[in-house]
Design a protein around this ligand. Structure first.
Ligand code: SAH
Ligand code: SF4
Ligand code: F3S
Length: 468
């Protein structure tokens, strides 16, 4: 305890009056983590700044999911080193460089070997120890590395006074579950984020209440397998995502709840029912399927068939007829034939997605698929990806075009680009612009959609009174 206090003091001295810049790559969980690292350092005197050029400390929060992750990190580190040298030449102190996130976890030692000017390397489960690492780095002037999977969880160490992590204080991410035990053939996440763990309900609710009190209206619950959530409910039982969402919906001010990323295998009846019964759950679901071929799904170790996926979608759409879907696809997994690819195209045509992310399979070191036979040619992957993306783009366009003439509840989050305009988001995460009073910012109001722009929708307020 005493040594903790001494370290905190040391860290405070190291940080007083200093500036911090965080660069974030990867998924929303990294966005959340970057915000928490900023929180953890704020009481030590680190103030966030927009530009790396102005920062006394730079944290590079990295992602390892697809190709050339490490190369990208080294090239960015080269740039940061140069910036640091220029700052020094201009009379500033030394820039502290920290590498966080999933590349740090997977390749921490290599980072220190290849980029010895890096001061701190920390994995995704240790950012609550940052203050201590900053103090140690300041003291020793040597590199500090911490890529443990510690017994204590970082969530128990969130600063209580933390500002809610929001864009304009109205929407926020909240991590409720981390890690993954599913070991899909292609994926590094189980290795970089560790075993699956859920935060206890009380801890999630406390953070959600803090967010609501800070003005947040829409919360996105995050986890690599967010619907595998099984946090302690405080009464000796285990909560589900559905029960957690019901409790969050009861917090005054929270009108909208989303969750991502969910796994088809973990969609249970309680979650399907929640889409019918919990009006705060937005009718927009990201449910990655990766492939429409049973053979490839099996090779991927996804644990379900294409038909089981279709069945889940049918049941969800029965429960919530206005539900729109988004998904992830991988083309060119080892062994994928033209026939397998066609099965994926067929599934896309049948289900129709409002949005999707699609990728060429990228071999990740240490994963089973990387060493599998029958790797697919790059040229074939390119061709398949193009065809798949063309189809998905068509569906996305059709989905957006279909909004015209409909009335959507829009949560207004900001002023618009033009004077007199306000901007918000639809239930489907589309940006919506209307002419309207700034007093509506922070509220949800019905909008008749009248036009489609390249990246947003335009409409008119049905009435200038907020929805309930
Ligand atoms: N937990 C989520 C996915 C997290 S990773 C799930 O199971 O659905 C986000 C997406 O990146 C994946 O859905 C997948 O489409 C893609 N991805 C992951 N590893 C990949 C790889 N090695 N090559 C190409 N795409 C990959
Ligand atoms: Fe990766 Fe599969 Fe886990 Fe998703 S479920 S994080 S794709 S291993
Ligand atoms: Fe990337 Fe790690 Fe997220 S590998 S996708 S930052 S969990």
């Amino acid at each position: 305890m005493t040594s903790d206090i001494i370290r905190q003091e040391e860290a405070r001295e190291a940080g007083t009056g200093k500036t911090l810049h965080v660069i974030t790559w990867g998924c929303q969980m990294n966005v959340y983590d970057s915000a928490r690292m900023t929180d953890v350092l704020r009481p030590l005197g680190y103030r966030p700044v927009e530009a790396a050029e102005e920062a006394d400390m730079v944290i590079l929060n990295t992602c390892h999911i697809r190709e050339r992750a490490a190369e990208k990190v080294f090239s960015e580190l080269g740039r940061l080193r140069k910036l640091g040298e220029e700052r020094r030449a201009a009379g500033h102190g030394r820039t502290v460089i920290a590498v966080a996130g999933c590349v740090a976890q997977a390749e921490g030692e290599e980072i220190l070997a290849r980029a010895p000017f890096v001061d701190i390397v920390l994995g995704p489960q240790t950012y609550h120890r940052l203050p201590e690492m900053v103090a140690r780095a300041a003291r020793a002037g040597g590199a500090v590395i911490d890529t443990d999977f510690p017994a204590e969880t970082k969530f128990d160490f969130l600063p209580a006074e933390a500002a809610p992590q929001t864009d304009g204080n109205l929407t926020a991410f909240l991590t409720i579950q981390e890690g993954c035990d599913k070991f899909c053939s292609f994926c590094v996440v189980p290795y970089t984020r560790g075993a699956e763990t859920s935060r206890p309900v009380a801890s999630v609710l406390a953070e959600a209440r803090r967010m609501a009190a800070g003005g947040v209206r829409e919360i996105t619950l995050l986890g690599q397998n967010v619907n595998a959530y099984h946090g302690e409910d405080g009464a000796g039982g285990v909560a589900t995502l559905a029960s957690l969402a019901a409790e969050i919906a009861a917090i005054p001010g929270i009108g909208r709840i989303r969750y991502t990323t969910s796994h088809p295998r973990d969609v249970d009846q309680s979650l399907i029912d929640a889409h019918r019964d919990n009006p705060a759950l937005m009718p927009f679901l990201h449910l990655p399927v990766q492939s429409g071929s049973d053979r490839i799904l099996k090779a991927m170790n996804r644990g379900h068939t294409a038909e089981e996926y279709r069945d889940v979608i049918r049941r969800l759409r029965d429960a919530r007829p206005d539900l729109a879907l988004s998904s992830d696809f991988i083309v060119g997994h080892p062994g994928e034939t033209e026939e397998d690819f066609e099965a994926t195209m067929r599934l896309i045509r049948e289900i129709s997605f409002a949005q999707a992310f699609s990728f060429k399979y990228s071999p990740r070191p240490g994963t089973p698929a990387a060493g599998a036979p029958l790797q697919v040619d790059e040229a074939v992957k390119d061709r398949r990806l193009q065809a798949l993306q063309a189809l998905l783009r068509e569906q996305q366009d059709a989905f957006n075009a279909d909004m015209i003439g409909r009335t959507l509840p829009v949560l207004f989050t900001a002023r618009g680009r033009k004077p007199g305009q306000i901007a918000g988001r639809s239930p489907y995460l589309q940006a919506v612009h209307v002419d309207g009073p700034e007093t509506l910012i922070g509220q949800t109001a019905p909008v008749l959609i009248t036009q489609r722009n390249s990246n947003s929708l335009g409409g008119v307020l049905k009435r200038e009174r907020a929805c309930a």
